[in-house]
Design a protein around this ligand. Structure first.
Ligand SMILES: [Zn+2]
Length: 397
């Protein structure tokens, strides 16, 4: 497992990806692009289209996609990292590297809640959040962009605390409701302070998960008005259907579906979002590491589950884990368009899938094979050690 620091000043690099069979843009408005080549300079997408129309000279890295599918690197909207690529939750190392082999190139912390002896006092929780933010900004496990440093709010925090967190570089709140703040009024005030200083919030939704957490029902979620209705399908226990329905109908915030939640409630949420023409609100996470472990293929499994059982075209389901999350969380990745980060995953239908294209195989509920991942224009993993083998394999020339 390689731990690499983000590069600061590097000479010009030019990545050319050619012979792409299908490009999934990650953007719900036009999920499939008519292009067969992508160029990225210094880690940013600079051009895409038909290869014959692009300036493909002087590439420093050329990749032959061999007719496979290119998608934006997947984003896990809900993880609980602690330190580098180690998690004390299941005493496991290398879990982030394993998720990279599941196509995940960006992770968003919903709180470093599994830190042993996690401080609950205001000074301590702020210090821990700033440390986590610094740690993951300085060191990317296997190149994966982990947005860490997400304090769990506690009673006693004042507006100045949110300002000082923002001034120190903290951009996320951990799940509201995992700490002592469990009433709608206090949560609403603290979420509003966070928002005022550019800090995004996620609320824990549903039954208790870790010790100390408790039921957060729809009234608290609606009152708090956090940016993301975290694990609306429960992590671990989902709210009753009428409460999930109320959240979909009465809020306009993000609807986060997690792998560690209730799959039936996930499908209910998806159906409601479809009926409300709110599919742009649907984003995906794993909620790992957790009691049920880590799921290196959690995001790609959710895509296949929602597409096949939720009756959504595969190219739309991919948007839930890419462009939707990027837009909601204001990230520069997640969509294949010029100017965005060159974070990609190469996929193809798995060997012996009943589906004979990537989209058909996912629609039938099969996991695709992952052939390669790229982050900031740099190849980070080749043939996945975790997915079934892809039919067509991508190669660095
Ligand atoms: Zn969580």
């Amino acid at each position: 497992m390689a731990h690499e620091e983000p590069t600061k000043s590097t000479p010009t690099t030019k990545l050319l990806i050619r012979n792409i069979g299908l490009i999934l843009s990650g953007d719900l408005a036009h999920p499939i692009l008519d292009a067969d080549a992508v160029v990225a300079i210094n880690g940013k997408i600079s051009a895409l289209g038909k290869e014959k129309d692009l300036d493909t000279t002087a590439a420093t890295t050329t990749i032959d996609a061999n007719g496979s599918t290119l998608a934006p690197g997947l984003i896990d909207s809900h993880v609980h990292p602690v330190a580098g690529d180690w998690t004390p939750r299941q005493n496991q190392t290398g879990w982030i590297d394993s998720c990279l082999h599941g196509g995940v190139t960006t992770m968003i912390s919903a709180g470093e809640v599994h830190t042993p002896g996690r401080p609950r006092d205001v000074v301590g929780l702020k210090a821990m959040a700033i440390t986590a933010q610094r740690s993951f900004a300085a060191l990317r496990p296997s190149g994966v962009k982990v947005h860490g440093g997400a304090p769990v709010i506690e009673h006693g925090m004042i507006e100045e605390d949110f300002k000082s967190l923002a001034d120190a570089g903290v951009r996320l709140l951990g799940e509201v409701g995992l700490g002592s703040v469990k009433d709608g009024e206090t949560a609403r005030q603290m979420v509003a302070w966070a928002r005022k200083y550019g800090i995004q919030s996620t609320i824990h939704t549903g039954g208790p998960s870790i010790p100390g957490s408790s039921l957060i029902d729809k009234d608290i979620v609606l009152a708090a008005d956090a940016d993301v209705i975290g694990h609306i399908n429960g992590g671990h226990t989902a709210l009753p259907d009428d409460q999930i329905t109320a959240l979909c109908e009465q809020s306009q915030r993000g609807l986060e579906i997690v792998h560690n939640g209730n799959e039936r409630a996930a499908l209910l949420t998806l159906r409601l979002a479809k009926e409300l023409k709110n599919l742009d609100r649907v984003i995906l996470g794993t909620d790992a590491p957790a009691g049920s472990g880590v799921q290196p293929l959690g995001i790609i499994r959710l895509i296949a589950m929602l597409s096949s059982l939720g009756d959504v075209p595969a190219e739309i389901a991919f948007c839930f884990a890419t462009g939707n999350t990027a837009k909601l969380r204001k990230l520069d990745c997640g969509i294949i368009e010029t100017g965005r980060a060159a974070d990609f995953v190469f996929l193809d239908y798995a060997q012996h899938s009943a589906g004979k294209t990537l989209l058909e195989s996912v629609r039938l509920g099969d996991l695709p094979g992952i052939g390669m991942t790229i982050i900031d224009g740099v190849v980070r993993s080749e043939r996945s050690r975790n997915t079934p083998p892809a039919t067509k394999l991508t190669k660095v020339i």
